[in-house]
Unconditional design. Structure first.
Length: 148
């Protein structure tokens, strides 16, 4: 009897761990980009007040993009619709890339490297390219931020 209780407890623990690991993937992308955005803004020497505004814009955009896909939290007045199969990780990378590129152009090389690295590890090229947000290359070599 004592053995069966132990097995049930282990099974319950495994179930709880697997549930937490599912949401952890999304939290990791947000947390990693939050740290990276902070480093980029600091190294960009934009000053404390502009840095606070830039990071606030980044986090607001991350919230809106992530929530458009997960629909986990109440929506704001901004109504975004995510494509089926959209990647939270790709959306987080894309909004960070777009905002940081615009407001901290002195760190463009670092931003591009981080963005490319983030997209590289996301499984499923079709999902990340037809998902919520992505970078679209033009014939002239320029890239634009786009949402599907």
């Amino acid at each position: 009897m004592k053995n069966s209780i132990t097995c049930q407890q282990i099974a319950l623990l495994m179930a709880v761990i697997s549930l937490f690991s599912i949401s952890r993937v999304q939290a990791d992308a947000v947390t990693e980009w939050n740290q990276l955005a902070g480093d980029i803004v600091i190294n960009g020497n934009v000053g404390p007040l502009p840095a606070e505004r830039i990071l606030a814009m980044v986090q607001a955009a991350v919230y809106e993009a992530t929530n458009a896909i997960t629909q986990r939290y109440p929506v704001s007045d901004l109504k975004l619709t995510a494509a089926p199969g959209a990647s939270v990780e790709a959306a987080v990378a894309a909004v960070n890339h777009a905002i940081l590129s615009r407001f901290v152009p002195s760190q463009q090389a670092v931003i591009e490297k981080a963005y490319e690295a983030a997209l590289e590890v996301i499984a499923g090229g079709a999902i990340k390219n037809s998902g919520y947000c992505y970078r679209r290359e033009s014939g002239s070599g320029d890239s634009n931020f786009a949402c599907a």
